[in-house]
Design a protein around this ligand. Structure first.
Ligand SMILES: Nc1nc2c(c(=O)[nH]1)N[C@H]1C(S)=C(S)[C@@H](COP(=O)(O)O)O[C@H]1N2
Ligand SMILES: [Mo]
Length: 411
């Protein structure tokens, strides 16, 4: 038989899949409507958790002013808060990838529709679709790259993903509002829709539309079960085949939980942390004190069971941390009562995350520690020996390792 298939994707007859149609597109659209909304909210929340307005360090996103209108003070409880919000953000984002791809596939004939613009409104709609599709692909790609490759764009990831999210979500909300009536009719299988999605000369079906949705759902489920384990504890973590495992095997024992950057990677040597060399420098209203690890151990010691929850979505179960309360250290330099914010600097000389600022609410919390021990043992070099910060409910990135200097002041 002669192949009389049109050669140009601009002709409707070029598209032959019998699966395309308003019902199929609408089902995927409804799933994305719910999913992307949750992604947007948990993403904005994650940005707030990072306290990006604490200058000079947490975030240098220029002119986020207007878009940062919603920023709020991230609480210190419940301790698993960021574990939950960021676990949902990352796991859901990965789970939705097949849905996003299927949705784009289902409407791809429209990308080539001719004429490119039938009217000014149609032209405007198509430009908004550019922001929608481009923004969506951009957000999913930057997000996945960031978690799989461990910060391919350190520093710049936050502004890229943050601005991208606003552009994408604005286009997404407009699109959802515009398409809601059509989608509702399609879902109720009302006739009379402009069916430009349906192939005029379809090939014989090899799978039903429901079957195709099942495949998409199966793909999502597979991604879900191979990702979610990274935010759970215990043996389930081993199911997280797709989750990044960092550069180092944490091994067993008290320090045997996930390591983000190792001491070797951060350039921390045993000479830097040797008890004769290392001093914690604490500065505040009344001046500066220097404390050896032995002196820190003579201060009142406190324990707290807290997880580490990374922006990449992985988290640990609660670990038992033991050390000196940040508010007790603040009191040593003249901030009795209500401690101010604190600027934390690591021994680490290069790379991201060697400095972070914490809010006064975080320094005041009795569970916020300069930890010296974990699970009954000295911190391992990779977990931040001689001392690290641990704060309840905060993103992992604020839990600075190999701390060298604390400066208490209102930032
Ligand atoms: N100095 C320093 N502290 C750091 C980091 C770093 O790269 N350098 N990484 C941060 C990040 S992003 C996370 S998630 C936690 C991870 O802590 P862990 O490696 O002990 O699990 O440490 C934080 N503290
Ligand atoms: Mo992290």
């Amino acid at each position: 038989m002669r192949d009389d298939r049109p050669r140009l994707p601009g002709s409707p007859g070029f598209w032959r899949s019998p699966l395309r149609g308003p019902w199929f597109t609408s089902v995927l659209g409804v799933v994305l409507l719910a999913g992307v909304t949750v992604l947007f909210v948990t993403g904005l929340v994650s940005y707030a958790a990072y306290s990006p307005d604490l200058s000079p360090v947490n975030d240098q996103t220029p002119d986020k002013g207007l878009l940062g209108f919603y920023l709020f003070t991230w609480p210190t409880g419940p301790a698993w808060l960021y574990r939950l919000t960021q676990g949902v953000h990352v796991t859901l984002g990965i789970t939705l990838v097949p849905v996003l791809l299927a949705k784009l596939w289902s409407v791809v004939p429209r990308l080539f529709a001719l004429p490119p613009a039938r009217s000014v409104t149609h032209a405007l709609e198509r430009i908004s679709l550019l922001l929608l599709v481009g923004g969506g692909l951009f957000e999913f790609t930057t997000g996945v790259l960031n978690i799989q490759l461990q910060y391919v764009f350190p520093g710049s990831f936050y502004p890229l993903h943050f601005y991208g999210a606003w552009v994408f979500f604005a286009a997404f909300a407009a699109h959802a509002a515009l398409k809601a009536p059509t989608a509702l009719r399609a879902l109720r299988r009302r006739p009379g829709l402009a069916d430009d999605l349906v192939a005029p000369r379809p090939e014989p079906p090899t799978v039903t539309r429901r079957g195709a949705l099942g495949l998409v759902g199966g793909g999502s489920l597979l991604l879900f079960v191979t990702t979610a384990g990274q935010s759970l504890g215990g043996p389930l973590r081993r199911t997280a085949l797709l989750a990044p495992h960092g550069g180092a095997d944490p091994g067993g024992g008290p320090n045997g939980f996930q390591i983000n950057k190792t001491a070797g990677y951060a350039g921390i040597t045993p000479a830097d942390t040797h008890e004769d060399a290392w001093r914690l420098v604490v500065t505040g209203r009344t001046g500066t004190v220097r404390l050896s690890r032995a002196e820190l151990l003579r201060l009142p010691q406190h324990s707290a069971a807290l997880p580490i929850a990374c922006v990449e979505g992985w988290s640990t179960a609660d670990q038992w941390w033991r050390g000196v309360r940040l508010r007790d250290l603040a009191a040593l330099v003249g901030h009795g009562g209500d401690p101010p914010d604190v600027f934390v600097e690591s021994l680490q000389r290069h790379g991201a995350f060697r400095r972070a600022a914490l809010r006064s609410g975080q320094t005041a919390d009795p569970r916020s520690l300069l930890a010296l021990y974990v699970n009954g043992e000295e911190l391992s070099p990779d977990h931040g020996y001689p001392a690290r910060i641990i704060v309840p409910a905060a993103p992992g990135v604020l839990n600075t390792k190999w701390v060298a200097r604390l400066t208490f002041e209102d930032l």
